[in-house]
Write a protein that binds this ligand. Structure first.
Ligand SMILES: Nc1ncnc2c1ncn2[C@@H]1O[C@H](COP(=O)(O)OP(=O)(O)OP(=O)(O)O)[C@@H](O)[C@H]1O
Ligand SMILES: [Mg+2]
Length: 268
């Protein structure tokens, strides 16, 4: 089931400045992206979901169980979080050892962890670098190592914090496929993104954060059509939607593919 329910969540690092100010959200089967300007509380929110921070008030329920009653180790078996900065995650001397940390931590045997880590590295198309030091790879590759280590844990909920940042077109295509595979396996996927084009092309549901609150949420097409509200949160519409609007094509198009299809249709 993997149902995550967030109820009236509040959190502050320093009690004088609230960072998460009463968020209510139920994650469902839709691939969901969180967007919001810098400092709006996205990373803090997912750290709360992962149990790395504990709420000041409000609740997070995973399949009906309050996360507050679970240890970080118990949550680790259920919720995987790929950090925004891979260097906050990576500490082993070889790529394979690094990817195996997560699965070993949640109780996989060495053989299982080895097999799941190799499969995860293949999914992110990092093959042949198993014995390389992660710090001899570039940042985009290290982000893939960090991603693989979470995939290898096979958690029912997978959260990504800015996975596309610093990735080229090929890297983004790999991440898109990973996300689609996770959903096909019945897992819940939540992803923080600054890349509106990727969010629109890949995610079904969009959640907009603004100053620690939920400004807007819903199906991608509907959320991205709300230009004024997005501007209020210092966010832009996807390029494809802006181009389609400039060309007078109706329907709040989300991707270049949709624009191409619309242009190929005969004019009436
Ligand atoms: N460890 C911390 N201690 C104190 N304040 C923090 C800490 N981490 C984040 N903050 C503050 O909390 C607020 C929300 O930060 P957060 O990192 O959650 O935002 P974000 O939406 O992920 O931003 P970005 O898009 O830049 O990653 C910011 O004002 C930030 O300065
Ligand atoms: Mg962040």
């Amino acid at each position: 089931m993997n149902k995550l329910e967030i109820e009236r969540l509040h959190f502050a690092y320093d009690k004088a400045t609230a960072v998460i100010k009463g968020i209510d959200l139920v994650l469902d089967d839709r691939k969901t992206a969180i967007i919001g300007q810098n400092g709006s509380g996205k990373t803090t929110f997912v750290k709360l979901l992962k149990g790395l921070l504990r709420p000041d008030s409000g609740r997070i329920l995973l399949d009906g169980t309050d996360l507050a009653t679970l240890t970080v180790a118990q949550i680790a078996k259920k919720i995987g979080l790929v950090f925004q900065n891979p260097d906050d995650q990576i500490f082993k001397n070889t790529v394979l050892d690094e990817v195996m940390v997560g699965p070993l931590n949640i109780g996989q045997s060495r053989d299982e962890a080895m097999a799941s880590s190799r499969a995860a590295l293949a999914q992110v198309e990092l093959v042949g670098v198993e014995n390389v030091n992660p710090y001899d790879l570039n940042l985009a590759q290290r982000k893939m190592v960090a991603l693989a280590s979470i995939l290898a844990m096979d958690t029912p909920v997978v959260i990504f914090d800015e996975p596309t940042m610093g990735q080229d077109v090929a890297g983004k295509a790999i991440i898109k496929k990973v996300i689609e595979n996770l959903q096909a396996e019945g897992k819940s996927v939540l992803c923080i993104l600054h890349d509106m084009d990727f969010a629109a092309a890949v995610f079904e549901r969009i959640v907009v954060f603004s100053q620690g609150q939920l400004l807007l949420e819903g199906d991608a097409r509907e959320v991205f059509s709300k230009k004024e509200l997005l501007q209020q949160a210092y966010l832009d519409q996807p390029q494809a939607m802006k181009i389609a609007q400039a060309l007078g094509i109706p329907g709040n198009l989300l991707s270049v593919e949709e624009v191409e299809l619309a242009l190929a249709r005969p004019l009436r």
